[in-house]
Design a binder for this molecule. Structure first.
Ligand SMILES: [Zn+2]
Length: 128
């Protein structure tokens, strides 16, 4: 059986991996959104100038109220149900990343709560 110290270290490593993944996803979302409104160049010069002020993602995302059973009231949630890759490949890629990042956030929250539980148990054990 693993000691609490070993479990803690594994959880901390897991948390840092999630954090790293979260940062990478956020950066990639930014790149995709920038590509939506940006100018694209290849060796021959300008190949696309989408000339937009705002990414499509801003139009796609709708705030939706999610009923909560936590007793803290309902939550708001951003959703874009009707968007497709044909609408805009960049924003669609960003949207998929946002959805994945949401899942990752939940996973990260579970790791954090495990760390909290371990810490609280240790505080009790040590009489701190
Ligand atoms: Zn777009």
């Amino acid at each position: 059986m693993k000691s609490n110290a070993e479990k803690s270290l594994e959880l901390i490593i897991q948390l840092e991996k999630h954090n790293e993944q979260y940062r990478n996803m956020t950066a990639l979302i930014g790149v995709n959104v920038a590509d939506c409104i940006g100018e694209k160049y290849n060796d021959d010069g300008l190949v696309a100038n989408r000339d937009k002020d705002e990414p499509c993602l801003n139009e796609w995302l709708k705030r939706e109220e999610i009923e909560s059973d936590s007793g803290y009231g309902n939550r708001w949630y951003w959703k874009a149900e009707e968007a497709t890759e044909e609408d805009c490949p960049y924003c669609y890629a960003a949207l998929k990343l946002i959805e994945q990042r949401k899942e990752l956030k939940l996973k990260r929250g579970r790791v954090r709560s495990q760390i909290t539980k371990l810490a609280k148990r240790e505080i009790l054990n040590r009489g701190l």
